[in-house]
Unconditional design. Structure first.
Length: 190
């Protein structure tokens, strides 16, 4: 008798719990959208909010980085991306909420390529868009450079030694006037 009463009470609790779960699920799913599905080879943009900024302040960092190629799907809500070599310290698996599909241009057959190098003293050089950061590495001054025309490519920024920036002294000077506390060229004092 006691066991049947316990079983009936247990059954009532189970039904009430299932009813509450259905009710919670209904309200939780009202504003929920179905996550996008990406296939290997698709191009996606990555939200920059969890990426360490190379800019002096996060406010200047782009909201979306990329495009990056999807290598494979991991689980139900994560994707493995092909990241550039400079990002070897970043784990390449990202949640779908951090990804956006790359929208195709409405202009047919439009594909923008990076600009060709400029010939300076019989050598190829790419134009510097701006200097983003500086650091000292083993006694050598290095600058983080954003290259002109490469804004859609992961390789748009690279660390370059000071000796590679002889064609852009104005940009280096502008950077140091904006950020005087950053490492800069050593000037001789008299």
């Amino acid at each position: 008798m006691l066991s049947t009463k316990l079983q009936s009470v247990q059954q009532v609790f189970k039904e009430q719990l299932e009813s509450e779960i259905r009710r919670f699920k209904k309200y939780a799913n009202i504003n929920r959208t179905i996550p996008p599905y990406f296939q290997p080879g698709d191009k996606v943009l990555l939200a920059s909010k969890n990426i360490n900024a190379t800019r002096p302040t996060k406010k200047l960092l782009e909201r979306w980085l990329g495009p990056f190629e999807v290598l494979k799907k991991i689980g139900s809500h994560a994707y493995n991306l092909k990241l550039p070599q400079q990002w070897k310290s970043v784990h390449p698996v990202f949640h779908v909420s951090l990804l956006e599909p790359v929208k195709q241009s409405t202009i047919p057959n439009l594909h923008q390529f990076p600009p060709p190098p400029v010939i300076v003293e019989e050598q190829e050089e790419w134009e510097v868009a701006q200097v983003l950061d500086s650091k000292l590495k083993r006694g050598t001054l290095w600058f983080l450079i954003e290259w002109k025309g490469f804004s859609e490519y992961p390789e748009r920024t690279t660390w370059e030694p000071e000796s590679n920036l002889t064609s852009s002294p104005d940009l280096v000077r502008d950077f140091h006037s904006l950020y005087p506390d950053k490492p800069g060229p050593i000037t001789s004092r008299v």
